[in-house]
Design a protein around this ligand. Structure first.
Ligand SMILES: N[C@@H](CCC(=O)N[C@@H](CS)C(=O)NCC(=O)O)C(=O)O
Length: 204
């Protein structure tokens, strides 16, 4: 199995999940500028040109981070990375995966856009992102992890995206519950292994 990634981007969550699952995998780095890997043209792997992408041993390819996370969890039920099918908790986990993917991730992506000036990004962060950080911080004031006491792949994705604000000059250090969550995540062996493999420092 191969995980296509680019350092510090949204493939980190998939890597954390693979470590949590105890699933062996190889990493293939994608150069975003050239859309190539050591194997050649990345568009031949996925015409979307996005990471993450998970190439299975039979050649099948999975894309979309939130879906890859569900696939990893479902292939490794013993790791308890998502609640069981059909339970109410399962849908809470899916709500969070969807919220992180469609709201938080894609709003944060605006802050990395080469098409917007700094003043526009600042207005966007104030008007759009602050309310999301408020919501997450309040939730984490009552829960160690997204689902409560039990770690899930939703935490891997949330951690992944919350490691970006400081890279775009958004200071979230005043969110004490987010800060504690990040510290809690940083203590997990899966997170440390994924960061090391991508050549990244531990996120505060
Ligand atoms: N819908 C995709 C989006 C993935 C995505 O936005 N990936 C970004 C990195 S976080 C990417 O590959 N960008 C390519 C580029 O910037 O060239 C998913 O949720 O997995």
């Amino acid at each position: 199995m191969k995980l296509y990634y680019s350092p510090g981007s949204c493939g980190l969550a998939s890597q954390i999940a693979l470590h949590e699952a105890g699933q062996a995998f190889d990493l293939v780095k994608v150069d975003f500028k050239t859309k190539t890997t050591v194997e050649g043209d990345y568009f031949r792997v996925t015409p979307k040109g996005f990471v993450p992408a998970l190439k299975l041993d039979d050649g099948d390819l999975l894309t979309e981070g939130a879906v890859i996370l569900q696939w990893i969890a479902d292939k490794h039920p013993d790791a308890r990375l998502l609640p069981s099918f059909g339970t109410r908790e399962r849908y809470t986990a899916l709500e969070w995966l969807n919220f992180v993917a469609s709201d938080l991730h894609k709003s944060m992506a605006v802050m990395f856009s080469p098409f917007l000036d700094d003043a526009t990004k600042k207005r966007f962060a104030d008007g759009n992102l602050t309310s999301k950080f408020d919501y997450i911080d309040e939730h984490l004031s009552r829960n160690d992890y997204v689902l409560g006491a039990q770690f899930s792949v939703a935490d891997a994705y949330l951690y992944n995206v919350l490691s970006w604000p400081h890279r775009v000059n958004i200071d979230i250090t005043s969110y004490t519950n987010i800060k504690s969550f990040m510290a809690r995540m940083n203590r997990r062996a899966s997170v440390r292994a994924a960061l090391a493999a991508e050549g990244l420092q531990v996120n505060g």
